[in-house]
Design a protein around this ligand. Structure first.
Ligand SMILES: O=C(O)CCC(=O)C(=O)O
Ligand SMILES: [Fe+2]
Length: 340
C-alpha cells in the first residue's frame, strides 16, 4: 500500500449515508471515515445535516461580538470566569513556541446548570456560560452548538463502526462534557511580523468539527510538510484529537496543524467534541495491550492541565500556588505527530 501518511491533500467524505437506516450504507461511510482517521487524522465532511441558517447565525454572532469595543469584551474576560469560559484577548494563549497566537477568541462551554452535581463538586471547566449582552448572541451560539454537537454524536457512531466497535460505544460517554465551541477572530494586521495565527498543536479532545471562512489552516504530514486545508463550501473540517488517539492506542492519529500568518481577516469555529470529564484516557478494551505506552489520565484533567500551561492568567495562578496541575498531567505537545 502507498505511504498515505505522506498525504498531500485532505480527503472529503460524504457522510449522508450515516443517517441511513441501512447498516450497509452506514458501514460504507464508516470505511471512508476510518481510512482518513487512520492515515491522515484530517478530513472534510459533506452531506451533514447542519442547517445553513445556523452557520450564518454563528458567523453573524461572532462578528457582532468581536466588533464590540475592547472594554466591553473584557467584561467577559476568561480570567474572570469561574469555569474557564469567555473572552480570550490576543496574547492570552501561548503554546510551546513561546510566541503568542495572533488571534482573539470567545470560548463557549457545554451549558451545564449550576446545580448539576459535577458543578457543585467544583469540577474544573464545567458550569454555565456567562453570556454576553449582545442581542441574539446566546440564541445563535446555542443553536449552532446543539446542531454541531448532534453531528458529533452521529460522527462518533461512524468512527465506532470504523473501529469495529458497536455503533453506540460512545453514545453515553458525553453527557456533560467539557466541550468548547470557540469563536476565533484572526484580525488582519499589515504590520504582523511572522506571527502565526495559531502555532502548531494537536487538539486535546476526541475530535474537532471546524467551520472556517478563509484559508490559513495547514496540516502536517508524516514528512513534516504543511498541507493546506482551505474551507470547502458546505463542508466541515474534522480532525482527530489526542483523546481518540489514546483510546485507539494510536490506530487513529491526532495530527498536528496550525494557522499561518493571516493575509486577510479570518473567523473560525472549532467545536471540540470531548467525553465527560472523568472519562479515563486509556485504550478501549478492544485496543488495550500490556504495553501501550499510554498512562491513564482523565480527559478533563488533560484538558485542564493543558489550559493551565497555555493560558497566561492560569499560568500565573499556578506560579502563585493558587492552582495546581492535576496529577499525571502531561506537558504540552506530547501527543500526535508533535510528540516525536
Ligand atoms: O482556525 C482554524 O482554522 C483552526 C483552529 C484550531 O486549530 C484550534 O483552535 O485548535
Ligand atoms: Fe486545533
Amino acid at each position: 500500500m502507498a505511504d498515505t501518511k505522506s498525504f498531500t491533500s485532505i480527503p472529503e467524505v460524504d457522510i449522508s449515508g450515516l443517517y441511513s437506516t441501512d447498516l450497509e450504507k452506514r458501514e460504507a461511510v464508516a470505511r471512508e471515515l476510518g481510512d482518513a482517521a487512520r492515515n491522515i487524522g484530517f478530513l472534510y465532511i459533506s452531506g451533514h445535516r447542519v442547517d445553513p441558517t445556523l452557520i450564518d447565525g454563528v458567523r453573524s454572532a461572532a462578528r457582532d461580538l468581536f466588533a464590540l469595543p475592547m472594554e466591553r469584551k473584557m467584561a467577559y474576560y476568561i480570567g474572570r470566569s469561574a469555569t474557564h469560559k469567555g473572552y480570550v484577548p490576543e496574547g492570552e494563549e501561548v503554546y510551546g513556541t513561546g510566541r503568542p497566537d495572533h488571534k482573539e477568541a470567545f470560548d463557549i462551554g457545554y451549558e451545564v446548570p449550576a446545580d448539576n452535581p459535577l458543578v457543585l463538586a467544583g469540577t474544573p471547566l464545567l458550569g454555565p456560560n456567562d453570556w454576553p449582552d449582545v442581542p441574539g448572541f446566546r440564541e445563535r451560539a446555542e443553536a449552532y452548538y446543539r446542531a454541531v454537537f448532534g453531528l458529533g454524536r452521529t460522527l462518533f457512531q461512524g468512527f465506532a463502526l470504523a473501529l469495529g466497535l458497536p455503533e453506540n460505544t460512545f453514545d453515553d460517554m458525553a453527557k456533560y462534557p467539557p466541550s468548547k465551541l470557540r469563536m476565533i477572530h484572526y484580525p488582519y494586521d499589515a504590520e504582523a511580523q511572522d506571527a502565526p495565527g495559531i502555532g502548531a498543536h494537536t487538539d486535546y479532545e476526541c475530535f474537532t468539527i471546524l467551520l472556517a471562512d478563509a484559508p490559513g489552516l495547514e496540516v502536517m504530514n508524516e514528512r513534516g510538510e504543511w498541507i493546506d486545508a482551505p474551507p470547502r463550501p458546505g463542508a466541515f473540517v474534522v480532525n482527530i484529537g489526542d483523546m481518540l488517539e489514546v483510546m485507539t492506542a494510536g490506530a487513529f492519529v491526532a495530527t498536528a496543524h496550525r494557522v499561518r500568518k493571516v493575509g486577510e481577516e479570518r473567523y473560525s469555529f472549532p467545536l471540540f467534541y470531548a467525553c465527560d470529564y472523568h472519562t479515563a484516557i486509556k485504550p478501549l478494551p478492544a485496543f488495550a495491550e500490556e504495553d501501550s505506552g499510554y498512562e491513564a489520565l482523565k480527559i478533563g484533567d488533560h484538558m485542564w492541565s493543558q489550559a493551565l500551561q497555555t493560558y497566561q492568567y492560569l499560568v500565573r495562578k499556578v506560579e502563585r500556588g493558587e492552582l495546581a496541575l492535576p496529577s499525571g498531567a502531561r506537558g504540552t505537545a506530547t501527543f500526535g505527530r508533535l510528540k516525536k
